[in-house]
Design a protein around this ligand. Structure first.
Ligand code: CTP
Length: 378
């Protein structure tokens, strides 16, 4: 059925069967459905022709293992190469999908789950099995996903492959941090998070995997974006550093508090008529500067919001925090800045600068991501 659907969708399908698979369905059936001879052995037993797993791995645009047994998954995860399916997997340069199918206990077993995690960590897509009645007669999760679901997963993969930032991971910090003074009061700023959210959305729309480390905002999470909510600069620091470890780049759009109260009162501070109230503040960590210091070959984009001497301050931050480029907002420009839906920015790197017109934040995000793309593919 799966093979028939793939052929009907216009795919050229080369079936590789393991010896065990031949016990379930005859090679003749599969050859008829796929309109090609199937491959099982390294050599054709009839005429000795060598079936090159390397050329199979190069030929395919997608390698789909369905049904993937616990045995095959374990071998894939550990690099065992004792049949053609496995050697082709080890040589595959294309995306790989597996559709596990097995008994519920085998599926739930830690060893199988560990193998699946290990495969997923190395980019193999898992088409989750469904729940229902299994070959053993038991009920549970382990039945191979419906053929239509598997075909959809293949189609999604091809759609993603066409996207320019597919396979790239980005961290975006956005919104305002909140530094508590006591249980009812805090220090914060006017950032709405709109620019950062628009950037996260644009990066995801172009195929990137995005972790959005978000301070306080009223915005909805953009589609396809993983959001980590934080409150304070210290929490944002922790989340951003962790996400950056796995990332290809980061966009530092958050308005992070530079100072936080030295002490947070456990109960509400009462007013008094005796003189002024002094609140002692200490510096927070500069997240962007820290990521910049350890960025290696990764891309780092910063923001600067200035009120005077804008360009000089922005260039100073570009250098000090090791940004690849910086997005300068001037509060003096009408339509730029915090709460609105428009922005007017200048993109500055070491080669020069580009002043963008007044645009919606969505359009501004698209122009910034154009520059990110050109930096990444350079
Ligand atoms: N930034 C950060 N962590 C901080 C402070 C800033 O990641 N603790 C990032 C912002 O997200 C932005 C850039 O650094 O990308 C802005 O730097 P900076 O101008 O130093 O922030 P300001 O607080 O505006 O600094 P200054 O008071 O020097 O103008």
């Amino acid at each position: 059925m799966l093979c028939r659907l793939l052929v009907r969708a216009g795919a050229e399908v080369q079936v590789v069967m393991t010896a065990a698979a031949k016990e379930f369905i005859t090679p003749l059936t599969m050859a008829t459905l796929s309109r090609r001879p199937i491959l099982v052995e390294f050599f054709d037993p009839e005429n000795g022709a060598w079936h090159s797993h390397v050329s199979l791995g190069e030929w395919a645009d997608c390698y789909l293992v369905a049904p993937a047994t616990a045995n095959t998954l374990a071998k894939m995860a550990t690099g065992v190469a004792d049949n053609l399916l496995l050697t082709a997997y080890l040589s595959a340069r294309c995306p790989v999908l597996v559709a596990p199918a097995m008994d519920l206990d085998m599926y739930a077993h830690y060893a199988t789950q560990q193998n699946l995690r290990s495969l997923a960590d190395h980019g193999v897509r898992i088409v989750e099995p469904a729940s229902g009645e299994l070959a053993s007669g038991l009920e549970g999760k382990g039945r191979m996903a419906e053929p239509e679901t598997i075909v959809r997963a293949v189609e999604e993969l091809f759609a993603e492959k066409k996207k320019p930032l597919a396979g790239k991971r980005f961290v975006v910090t956005a919104g305002a941090t909140i530094e508590p003074i006591d249980p009812v009061r805090f220090l914060s700023n006017h950032s709405s998070g709109k620019m950062g959210y628009a950037l996260a959305e644009e990066l995801a729309a172009r195929g990137a995997r995005v972790t959005l480390v978000s301070g306080r905002t009223a915005l909805a999470t953009p589609a396809g974006v993983e959001r980590v909510d934080v409150l304070t600069a210290a929490e944002m620091h922790r989340a951003a550093v962790e996400a950056f470890a796995e990332a290809d780049g980061a966009v530092m759009c958050a308005a992070v508090a530079d100072y936080t109260p030295c002490e947070v009162a456990a109960s509400k501070i009462k007013k008094s008529d005796e003189g002024d109230w002094m609140l002692r503040l200490k510096r927070t960590q500069d997240i962007a500067a820290e990521l910049g210091g350890a960025k290696g070959g990764r891309l780092l984009v910063g923001f600067a919001l200035e009120t005077d001497d804008e360009r000089a301050h922005a260039v100073d931050k570009l250098e000090r925090k090791h940004f690849d480029f910086i997005v300068l907002n001037s509060l003096r420009d009408a339509g730029a800045g915090f709460r609105g839906d428009t922005n007017k920015v200048t993109l500055i790197d070491r080669a020069g600068s580009e002043e963008l017109p007044l645009l919606s934040k969505r359009e501004t995000a698209a122009r910034i991501v154009d520059k990110i793309e050109s930096c990444i593919t350079k």
